[in-house]
Design a protein around this ligand. Sequence first.
Ligand SMILES: Cc1cc2nc3c(=O)[nH]c(=O)nc-3n(C[C@H](O)[C@H](O)[C@H](O)COP(=O)(O)OP(=O)(O)OC[C@H]3O[C@@H](n4cnc5c(N)ncnc54)[C@H](O)[C@@H]3O)c2cc1C
Length: 291
Amino acid sequence: MVDRLDVDHPLFSVEFFPPKDAAGEAQLWGAIRRLEPLDPAFVSVTYGAGGTSRDRTIRTTERIASDTTLVPMAHLTAVAHSRAELRHVIGSYAAAGVRNVLAVRGDPPGDPLGDWTPHPDGLTYADELVTMVRSLGDFCVGVAAFPYGHPRSVDADTDFEHLVAKIRAGADFAITQLFLEPGGFLRLRDRLDAAGCHVPLLPGIMPLTTVRTLHRGPELSGAPLPEDLVARLDRFADDPVAFRAAGMDATAELCEKLLAEGVRGLHFYTLNRSPATVELVGRLGLAAARS
Ligand SMILES: Cc1cc2nc3c(=O)[nH]c(=O)nc-3n(C[C@H](O)[C@H](O)[C@H](O)COP(=O)(O)OP(=O)(O)OC[C@H]3O[C@@H](n4cnc5c(N)ncnc54)[C@H](O)[C@@H]3O)c2cc1C
């Protein structure tokens, strides 16, 4: 799949989560069908904490592989899994025709910022998962990156070294946690380049459609919440329509700054809805650029 990222025009990819019920399934498939004609580079499906969504992640990525023209990528975490279970899930992905895996460690179940306890026969860090996926077949492997450091890391420099280790373990590309101003992402990109890691780094973009996306995202991600952005958007807090319009303008401006700096791909967190991504792809000319 990484060849789909190696093109001379800007591209985009999208992230979904596996639905829990029939209504969620209908919403997801409506979003998939609306995004399909825009030809994203890939569509990824997250993996629930503790393997809770294992079967749904496999089923969803399998159906994307068989019923659409899209390229699926399945996420995988090491949470609460033995090595044997992880090997089994990776085998299920291969059997479903899914050859692209985002290898992430996962958060401790219950409290994302709590202490990590590995399964007694499991893995502790994502670089081990990268090595395992790589050893089990011809997979294209991605990893998570944090422009401001992982929230539980000792410091940003140490976290950077761990990101480099994941890439050296065999990652083909990395996707970042969401962020709201371009500086941290661009510094991380340049730093990876200087360290000899030339794999694509895709910025994770959360469209600012609601007050919750503005405040909750940074809280969980460790990215700063820029004061000027808060001042610009919070005055619309009681008017969802006006907030969405201003939030989408701010998101489009962030994307434009990244593209102007030579960033080649944007990874949109969709929350299983298509309108914001379709709008941004149109505003940024990303679909037209691919034809
Ligand atoms: C794009 C993206 C997609 C995601 N998808 C999912 C998903 O589908 N499901 C899900 O549950 N979660 C997902 N997450 C969240 C992710 O699982 C958590 O952020 C998790 O806490 C870190 O995962 P990681 O792969 O970066 O872990 P790691 O790279 O293992 O890092 C975890 C922590 O350990 C440190 N560390 C790493 N290696 C070492 C080492 N060798 N020695 C000491 N310390 C080390 C790091 O600095 C960091 O603080 C995603 C995150 C991103 C950015």
